[in-house]
Ligand binder design. Structure first.
Ligand code: BT5
Length: 330
């Protein structure tokens, strides 16, 4: 049997054993079930071991003991509680950008809720041509394909809706303060732990697809971030001292995301706004807005139903749907 066939056998054995923690199976029966020689079966087990799976083996019996913290389709799909987000999973070790891969799949007809994950991105994207640092197996890099029926003008609010899902997921793990920095950053303790990049494909009044890309720093130490933004970045491990499982965190995020998305489809941010306001790092602060090369200062007073930021400046109210905002005075 060549390596590919052995890997396929490993996959089939895994799917069979994975749901039954510590249940003992006769090796002979399993080999027969998979029409494999005992030697091939043992090679497949070695492959699973290389992937990080642990089994307990006594002479004739074997049981599944533990799974690695990897973002594979098997691990993400195991006990995932969502109805449609993440029901189709494309998981990769390395891609340039999960958003780009998701867009290509969407263009070929990928259904709503399809997700793309990677252990590492070589060209992870931020907004406006910036990049997202994506070291291997330290973070979550996921893109979600959405095909909402609403009109394209309602798409921008999906960014802050996604940020809300991330903030609420991270809050479950962080004793320190989680905040949403409008429109797409999630902070812990004032430092950026996650970012959202939403990309829209639409024509006339119809959305073809929206790709929501989410990057979360989970296991990085401070030293793992490049010096140019090290002081402004953090990870869940840095802030909590705990090693949180990336795959469990991703499953919680997908569950939370689905709930928020269903609410959004019914009434945009109506149900989510109170919580977005609660988590916001900008509201009631003096802020500077950079937009189209100009800077405006004023007070951030609200976020509206469509996710726009309302800034009061010199007696005028401005509704801002995109831009860079920084706090100038607490
Ligand atoms: C964002 O852009 O924050 C959106 C990031 C979205 C990343 C996800 S990962 C999965 C999916 N696939 C992709 O290719 N992208 C999405 P922006 O607001 O433009 O912030 C980018 C800036 O944040 C950079 O210019 C750096 O200063 C900083 N930065 C880069 N990587 C970071 C990291 N890992 N943690 C904290 N800050 C980072």
């Amino acid at each position: 049997m060549n390596r590919t066939l052995q890997e396929q056998l490993a996959d089939r054995i895994l799917i069979h054993l994975r749901p039954h923690l510590k249940r003992r199976f006769e090796i002979k029966d399993l080999a027969k079930r998979f029409k494999a020689e005992i030697s091939d079966f043992n090679t497949a087990l070695r492959i699973l071991n290389e992937w990080g799976y642990r089994f307990l083996q006594d002479k004739s019996k074997i049981s599944f003991v533990s799974a690695p913290d990897i973002l594979s389709a098997t691990e993400i799909g195991h006990k995932l509680k969502t109805k449609f987000i993440g029901k189709v999973i494309h998981s990769f070790n390395t891609v340039k950008s999960t958003n780009d891969t998701a867009r290509q799949l969407a263009e070929k007809g990928a259904t709503e809720g399809t997700i793309v994950t990677a252990e590492k991105q070589t060209l992870g994207k931020g907004r406006l041509g910036r990049s997202w640092h994506s070291p291997e197996k330290m973070g979550i890099y996921v893109s979600i394909v959405l095909r909402p029926k609403f009109s394209p003008d309602k798409a921008p609010g999906l960014s802050i809706m996604s940020a809300l899902a991330v903030a609420e997921t991270l809050n479950e793990h962080s004793p320190k303060k989680v905040q949403i920095k409008w429109p797409n950053d999630i902070l812990i303790n004032g430092r950026k732990v996650s970012g959202v990049l939403t990309e829209l494909s639409a024509e006339k009044n119809k959305i073809n697809h929206v790709i929501v890309g989410i990057g979360i720093n989970v296991k990085q130490s401070q030293i793992d971030f490049p010096p140019n933004f090290r002081a402004a970045a953090t990870s869940l491990t840095c802030e909590t001292g705990n090693e949180v499982s990336r795959v469990e965190l991703l499953k919680q995020l997908l569950f939370c995301f689905e709930k928020e998305y269903l609410r959004y489809k019914k009434g945009q941010l109506a149900k989510s706004l109170p919580r977005i306001r609660k988590w916001s790092s900008l509201l009631n602060r003096e802020v500077a807005l950079r937009w189209n090369g100009a800077t405006v200062t004023g007070r951030a007073v609200d976020i509206d139903l469509s996710g726009s930021l309302i800034i009061e400046s010199a007696g005028n109210r401005m509704t801002v749907s995109s831009g860079e905002v920084t706090v100038v005075k607490e």
